[in-house]
Design a binder for this molecule. Structure first.
Ligand code: PRP
Ligand code: URA
Length: 209
């Protein structure tokens, strides 16, 4: 496993445990996904470049730093990635949001695209792809390839729970993409679910099961 950052902040780890619990209901699940995404956003943006500016305070002039460099874009993979957007937008209110709709074919587990809308200036932005689950890695790999094909050169992947297989897949297909996650789980079951994971993230977020 390369290029993986497992975010071990106690608040993130505690909230991931609540998220995994089968007794956690939709409202709390949604709030937790939002909160964890916000906390993870702190690390995902750690390397943003700064530039020095002068700011007039009420009593003097401060040499101080503001964020410079590429603007950010957030691209959730629908549906479950939607749950991670608001938490990041709380930190990055000026970020533009694109959407990529993919679902996994239940037989082949391969991603099927059904929607895509990215900001017009996407190629000038640093993009954070968000999806709670990195299972086989097929969906994230396809989404990243789609974004690269639009001319984007700087992409990060942020997920909540990743499988080792999923990380290997992204390392192989996109060695330039750093993966930020809160947990790495051992295995997938025969249906491509992460074990122990948290179940079906989309269904738990939207109450569809
Ligand atoms: C889930 C999840 C990822 C994908 C991960 O979405 O949110 O997008 O599966 O699996 P993979 O790494 O094997 O591709 P799902 O297809 O269940 O769609 P949904 O978000 O609409 O529920
Ligand atoms: N998608 C999910 O929602 N959960 C998994 O465990 C795998 C894919």
């Amino acid at each position: 496993m390369k290029n993986v950052f497992v975010l071990d902040h106690p608040l993130i780890q505690h909230k991931i445990s609540l998220l995994r619990d089968k007794n956690t209901q939709t409202k709390e699940f949604r709030e937790l996904v939002m909160e964890i995404s916000m906390l993870m956003g702190y690390e995902v943006t750690r390397n943003m470049p700064l530039k020095e500016v002068e700011i007039e305070t009420p009593v003097g002039v401060a040499k101080t730093n503001i964020i410079s460099g590429k603007k950010l874009g957030i691209v959730p993979i629908l549906r479950a990635g939607l749950g991670m957007v608001d938490g990041l937008l709380k930190l990055l209110p000026m970020a533009k949001v694109g959407h990529i709709g993919l679902y996994r074919d239940p037989e082949t587990l391969g991603p099927v695209e059904y929607y895509c809308k990215l900001p017009e200036d996407v190629s000038e932005r640093e993009i954070v792809v968000v999806d709670p689950m990195l299972a086989t890695g097929g969906s994230a790999s396809a989404a990243i390839q789609y974004i690269k094909d639009k001319g984007v050169s700087s992409i990060k992947l942020m997920c909540l729970i990743a499988s080792k297989d999923g990380i290997d897949r992204i390392n192989k297909d996109h060695p330039d993409v750093a993966i930020y996650c809160a947990a790495v789980d051992e295995k997938l079951n025969d249906h491509g679910y992460i074990i122990p994971g948290l179940g079906d993230a989309g269904d738990r977020l939207f109450g569809t099961k």
